[in-house]
Design a protein around this ligand. Sequence first.
Ligand code: SAM
Length: 244
Amino acid sequence: RPGLYIVATPIGNLGDITVRAAETLARCDAVACEDTRVTGKLMKHLGLSKPLRRYDDHAGAAERERLVADMHDQAIALVSDAGTPLVSDPGYRLVRAARAAGIAVTALPGACAAIAGLTLSGLPNDRFLFAGFLPNKDKARREALEAVAGIDATAIFYETAPRLVKSLDAIAAVLPGREVSVARELTKLHEECRTGSAPDLARHYAAHPPKGEIVLLIGPGAAGPPPGQDIDALLREALASAKP
Ligand code: SAM
């Protein structure tokens, strides 16, 4: 069926391709991708050969228009280098343009590093905020951390290995006392997930410089007394009303 198929691909372990993703890549007319070499390897692994069309949300207005025009009579699969398209990856503008043009759009869920990291971390997961890459510059990084300070949820960031220790130091300064997780090389041979305080993790990774891909998670702050209320008075009141 013609349309746009948003296809999640593995984040390291090729066994994580879904049956539906493989079937869709086998049946589609073309694959829109970030890097034709990376997607070419995945297609080869699946024993498939399809036209690969490079697509990037920022540089690709003309290619976007051509892709959307072709979706009227072709099945186009959108993949990124790894994981779920649109999650810190291209595709948002393509999906918007396809929807605006009345194209059938469907999503094929699968691997996503943010969700894999969250489920592995042991941090509270009833509420979480995915905030993309933690900025590289000191001031912007501090501001991004301050922005999640008041949010009662686990915050998930994408991070790179060379910046990890600096980011952990910044978390220690801006969000002291938080439980933090570093989820590294998920689904791969050297998968690792460490949860602890930011200063302890910073010391560990300063001594053992990390390699590979990283999800950095920050647990929610401890729930304090409701603003403007005296917790001792509330406790006295509760104890008094509990007396027989
Ligand atoms: N769309 C992808 C997804 O669904 O997870 C994310 C793409 S983003 C450009 C790449 C970042 O995702 C990496 O820098 C890293 O922070 C994170 N990432 C991707 N694969 C990972 C893995 N196997 N283990 C840990 N983090 C990973």
